[in-house]
Design a protein around this ligand. Structure first.
Ligand code: FAD
Length: 322
């Protein structure tokens, strides 16, 4: 019996959309292995998040609510998740691959003495986990031989789960963490506040690259994004040049995204960038070089100077909206 435990992510009392991909994976995996799918919510004052996690097909939603868990720390959250994993005899413990789960899951795997596969794309008929290597240019099948397996699940590969199943039982978790004995203390969280949607949650993203030639040119990308209500993304070249903060980087060493619309402006389409956006549903590229590799993945390509094309596009969108 393959019970699956998914750690749900949340922010400001709201379940993160990113977790819905892991729910889909877990529901399918549990169905195939005749197990149960469970959800774990960890935090302080997060009963509302547990309520939001109902009806996605989980047999149980476990709620670990404790003042000491109010601020995320890998040590305390891993201790709670390890206990619940053991209590429910989980075969698989995981979460959608995000900045938080990249921090949490390796520690959890070590605690459980479990093998781990990161960024998995699916499971083959032999029960091996598929994961990308070489910037997504090859996929390997990984066999994990430990009784418990820890997985991070690539969010762009699984449709977000939809509500419609039974609520599942809500279970309070007894939190037995020695908070005073933790080797780290949470001091403060400096959040970058933005009116724009979060990159990994956005339905549309407008990204800019070195072709924008600088902070001033990059403002064209931002203006187009704001007009479309889209998130702003960037290549590593734009980030390394200091034109935009590094949390906007899309790609192998940045964020992996798959929005409905991805607009690549002045971006060549290096494999490391494609690794982070090629699963987007519709890709639009504007580049003055018709040989640019971005056009090999683009659904719509415009060979043009972005400094002319983007202002024209903005004008046309404004007219259409008027
Ligand atoms: C280990 C490793 C990890 C990496 N991780 C990432 C990653 O996560 N994300 C990432 O993005 N990169 C990553 N890179 C870097 C990657 O290899 C590329 O260098 C980078 O993506 C290039 O960014 P770019 O497309 O903005 O710049 P360039 O490759 O320089 O392309 C700029 C493009 O703009 C076009 N252009 C110029 N002027 C105009 C104009 N006026 N109008 C229209 N088009 C114009 C040019 O034709 C060109 O195609 C990584 C590299 C390594 C080695």
């Amino acid at each position: 019996m393959g019970n699956v435990l998914i750690i749900a992510e949340h922010k400001d009392g709201v379940l993160k959309k990113a977790s819905l991909a892991a729910f889909t994976f877990a529901k399918d995996f549990a169905a195939k292995t005749s197990g149960e799918f469970h959800i774990l919510v960890i935090g302080h004052d997060v009963a509302a998040v547990a309520d939001q996690a109902c009806c996605y097909g989980a047999a149980k939603v476990h709620l670990a609510d404790n003042q000491g868990l109010g601020a995320y720390l890998a040590e305390s959250h891993a201790a709670v998740a390890a206990k619940v994993a053991k209590d429910i005899s989980a075969e698989v413990v995981g979460a959608t691959s995000t900045a938080m789960s990249k921090d949490l899951l390796p520690r959890l795997a070590a605690k459980l003495e479990a093998g781990m596969a990161s960024d998995i794309l699916g499971v083959n008929d032999a029960g091996h986990f598929l994961r990308p290597v070489w910037a997504g240019n090859a996929v390997v099948a990984v066999e994990i031989t430990t009784a418990i397996k820890v997985l991070s699940i690539r969010g762009t590969e699984f449709e977000p789960a939809v509500k419609g199943d039974a609520a599942g039982d809500k279970v309070d978790v007894e939190v037995v963490v020695d908070f005073d004995g933790l080797q780290k203390r949470f001091l403060k969280f400096e959040e970058v506040k933005s009116e724009r949607p979060e990159l990994t949650e956005a339905a549309a993203i407008v990204s800019g690259g070195r072709g924008t030639k600088g902070e001033e040119g990059f403002k064209l990308v931002e203006g187009l994004a704001d007009l479309l209500g889209a998130a702003v993304g960037a290549t590593r070249a734009a980030v390394d040049a200091g034109w935009v903060p590094n949390d906007l980087q899309v790609g192998q060493t940045g964020k992996v995204v798959a929005p409905d619309l991805y607009m690549a402006i002045g971006i060549s389409g290096a494999i490391q960038h494609l690794a982070g956006m090629k699963s987007s549903k519709t890709i639009v590229a504007i580049n003055k070089d018709e040989e640019a590799p971005i056009f090999t993945v683009a659904d719509y390509g415009l060979v043009a100077d972005l400094f002319k094309a983007v202002p024209e596009l903005v004008e046309e969108i404004k007219k259409a909206k008027a």
